[in-house]
Design a protein around this ligand. Sequence first.
Ligand SMILES: [Fe+2]
Length: 311
Amino acid sequence: MPKAIDLAYVAYQVTDLDLMESFMHDFGLVTAQRRDDLLFLRGAGSAPFVHVSLLGAESRFLGGGLRMASRADLEELASMPGSSAVEEVKDWPGGGWRVRMIAPDGFVIDALWGQEEVVPLPHRRRYPVNWGDSKERVNVSLRPRREAGLVLRLGHFVLRVTSHAETLAWFKSRFGLLTSDVMCVPGDGSKIIGTFVRFDLGDKPVDHHCLLINEASEIGVHHCSFEMQDIDAVMGAHDHLVSRGHKLDVGVGRHLIGSQIFDYWRDPFGFRVEHYTDGDVADHSYKGLNYQVSAEDTTQWGTDPTPDFFH
Ligand SMILES: [Fe+2]
């Protein structure tokens, strides 16, 4: 079975690239490449870009890209129904080869291999913390700043789909993903409405989820999410986004499933984007849980979700 090893990017079509670029700079992404009709944004990590915007007549989520373990994976994916041939990526940063697929509900999902990495951007290391029972910082003071900072990497995105079972099977059969935890309608636990999936890198820990597939009435993306190095980075960015007049969605808080400290914002087109830090990681041995929780239970502390968060 083909195996994905990381997320590569999320892709949107928007009506104004200047507006997206300006917001994303405040959010902590950096322009990797800008053209008349395309905007590639990167974080501080080694990915050449993690967010791409195409100029269009209406704003909508397009899909995303996943990095594959080998060229042979691309060949195998290309032989599956509805896949493109293996094609060289000639005009996007990092190049490489790709197979383009259409997932259920029309999401455009690219499998990517051979993309060239870039030199990471200088960024602040995580601050040492003086825990109650363990002190890491001696004779040194903290001086965090209210600033955009830099996101490190794309961590996950969340799809709202017509059929949870169909989309989950589609992604698992193409990317070798493992189930982390599932969410069920409270009751007997038989009606699954969401599955958190992660990459299978054997005994190497990976993020609790790279993708959440959620059955919902509104089809599209729920959010995409970028990792920051520590809570000071998340809070400094929060204050910076407030000072720049951007629209807070929900935050700051601590999720139940995945345990991340989260902060959700709306980009100028209404799409949710998340900063997170201190999320769970798991290796291939992690056996997931079946959560039967209400919307309010999904936040352990901090700001509860707005009513439309779960629509
Ligand atoms: Fe998230």
